[in-house]
Design a protein around this ligand. Structure first.
Ligand code: ATP
Ligand code: MG
Length: 401
């Protein structure tokens, strides 16, 4: 007996009133999309208040579960055993066999589990089954007690809920695996994430995607000062985030000439902040072209000189789109914990250079003055527009999924 299906539970999206079907359809779509990565053929469909995933071929259980736990909008995944309807006696026997297989120690009273409490929760959606729901509960409950004397019924707070649904076939499930929660991607508009090779920005992109937002990304590199490997690291990070966020269109912008010009024409202690303003300007231009409604960065107050309140204000000033900084109040350790959980951390800490760190000043300004920054940016005016235009035109687009 093995799992041939998964029942998908979702909470937040169920409360969306009339829009509910849009959210359910988006979730069905995201599950189907994600399962394309899995070996095997699956049917994904919704019935009233539920989404079902059924395997139509051999498949890898662990891999499939791993994929499903990364789909936003799912609160829990219940692996389901699908039984042919062969009558009540056969159902009783199959439930007993199922419990013995899934909970071998607990049903036999091992490991100090003298009172493994359970409740049978039957639903008869197909009315020609000989017993009604109450009858199934009683009959199957009795069979379980007979087979496993160490088990006890508790209808109020059972440790184990044995769910039985009588439809065309019979669906049996009791296990529940925690889902990624959040909202299905595709229900919340589109955002442009500034993705570096660091720890923070992939986490920031993940967090915004979790609210149902489709993510595109932009990465600024500075060849030959930053290497192909540094770029590949960002592509890899985008691919890791896309396991949750779905396909990510990554725009790779060559930032070298802009950075060199700023280095030549502006005070070095303002290099980072002016550079950040150009990154935001370019990111916003691409975002608007692509129909994104916001920018996303991995900034957190006070983490480095360019992330003081004053610096954030000066950086923000060039943007007209809202800039979301989901990590703004996070400590580094908290960010690292999320990065480890979503599996981006190991890639993020690979020691490749980032364009931000190449010409970084010994003592960058921590309280930049907007008027002074604007005055110094004026030194760039003869050449910068042309360089920005070229950077936009020559950008490389990489799709990750
Ligand atoms: P991260 O760990 O995300 O690199 P950080 O702590 O290194 O962040 P900064 O280097 O100041 O901080 O960058 C702040 C934010 O600016 C990043 O989180 C990211 O959103 C964006 N950013 C920085 N460098 C780049 C880059 N080369 N390309 C795209 N975005 C970048
Ligand atoms: Mg960085």
């Amino acid at each position: 007996m093995r799992y041939q299906a998964f029942l998908i539970k979702y909470a937040e999206i169920a409360i969306k009133g009339k829009n509910r079907y849009l959210f359910e359809d988006a979730l069905v779509h995201q599950i189907s999309r994600a399962l394309h990565r899995a070996e095997g053929v699956f049917k994904v469909y919704k019935t009233r208040g539920r989404i079902h995933v059924e395997a139509e071929s051999e498949y890898d259980y662990e891999e499939t579960l791993d994929i499903l736990t990364k789909v936003f909008g799912i609160t829990a995944i219940c692996p389901v055993v699908v039984l042919e309807d062969e009558g009540v006696d056969e159902l009783r026997a199959k439930v007993v066999e199922y419990l013995g297989r899934v909970y071998p120690d607990r049903v036999s009273g091992g490991c100090g589990n003298q009172n493994f409490t359970f409740k049978v929760n039957a639903r008869r959606a197909r009315k020609n089954f000989p017993l009604d729901s109450m009858g199934i509960n009683a009959s199957v409950g009795e069979a379980v007690l007979e087979a496993y004397p160490a088990m006890k019924v508790d209808v109020h707070t059972p440790e184990l809920m044995i769910n039985i649904e009588i439809r065309e076939k019979i669906y049996l499930y009791s296990e529940s695996v925690k889902g990624a929660c959040g909202m299905p991607v595709g229900t919340g508009g589109k955002a442009m994430a500034l993705l570096s090779g660091g720890i923070d920005s992939p986490v920031a992109a993940y967090m915004i995607a979790k609210r149902g937002v489709t993510i595109e990304a932009v990465y600024f590199h500075a060849p030959p000062y930053t290497s192909e490997r540094a770029k590949q690291k960002v592509v890899d990070l985008a691919a890791l985030v896309s396991k949750y966020a779905g396909n990510i269109k990554l725009h790779v912008v060559n930032f070298t000439d802009i950075q060199m010009l700023i280095y030549d024409k502006c005070p070095h202690d303002e290099l980072t902040i002016i550079m950040r303003r150009y990154m935001m300007r370019i990111a916003e231009t691409i975002a608007k072209e692509e129909g994104c409604l916001s920018l996303v960065t991995g900034e957190s107050i006070g983490q480095v000189a360019s992330q003081t309140m004053q610096s954030l204000q000066v950086t923000n000033e060039v943007c007209t789109l809202p800039v979301f900084r989901p990590l703004i109040g996070f400590d580094k350790q908290e960010i690292v914990e999320v990065a480890e959980r979503i599996d981006t951390y190991e890639t993020s800490i690979l020691p490749y250079e980032d364009c931000c760190t190449i010409w970084v000043a010994k003592h960058p300004v921590t309280k930049p003055n907007l008027n002074i920054i604007k005055k110094h940016e004026n030194h760039l005016k003869d050449e910068i527009d042309q360089l920005v235009k070229k950077a936009l035109e020559t950008r490389e687009i990489i799709e990750t999924c």
